[in-house]
Design a protein around this ligand. Structure first.
Ligand code: FES
Length: 146
């Protein structure tokens, strides 16, 4: 084997031997980045109450969350689902209440009405209620306000 062929042969061998290590390092960096993005964009859930409490009262209002308040109801269209909104009326900031007999959120200040999904049904409010992601773990109801 000539010197030039030998050098080329060794160079290819070295390249092939470090390729798996390089690919593994790239893969690990990709996984770490994905995990970090999930952690930073995922926000956090806070407990607002229990399923048994919701069964008894029909709604749960928790005003002590890190980013405000949450009002949780059972979805009147699908009782297996929950709906969580920020009860602060977008018109002027009063707290809306859930009126289960009318299946609406009502604002006591200027009579705005909102559907169970938070959409405006009656002015003067022009913006919907803010919705929160909600989930159940065991007997706990958790909402994500961030
Ligand atoms: S504050 Fe709710 S309608 Fe005005």
């Amino acid at each position: 084997m000539k010197r030039r062929e030998f050098t080329s042969f060794v160079g290819v061998g070295v390249g092939m031997s470090i390729l798996p290590t390089a690919l593994t390092a790239c893969d690990a960096q990709t996984k770490n980045k994905a995990t970090a993005e999930i952690a930073t964009s995922g926000g956090s859930f806070e407990e607002v109450g229990s399923v048994s409490e919701l069964e008894q009262t029909g709604q749960i209002l928790n005003e002590e969350l890190a980013n405000g308040a949450a009002l949780v109801i059972k979805d009147p269209i699908n009782a297996d689902k929950l709906i969580a909104v920020n009860p602060t009326c977008p018109h002027a900031g009063c707290a809306v209440t859930w009126e289960s007999d009318q299946q609406k959120f009502l604002c006591p200040c200027h009579d705005s009405e909102f559907s169970s999904s938070g959409e405006v049904l009656e002015a003067p409010a022009t913006e919907p209620l803010t919705r929160y992601e909600v989930k159940v773990e065991g007997d706990s109801i958790l909402v994500k306000t961030t």
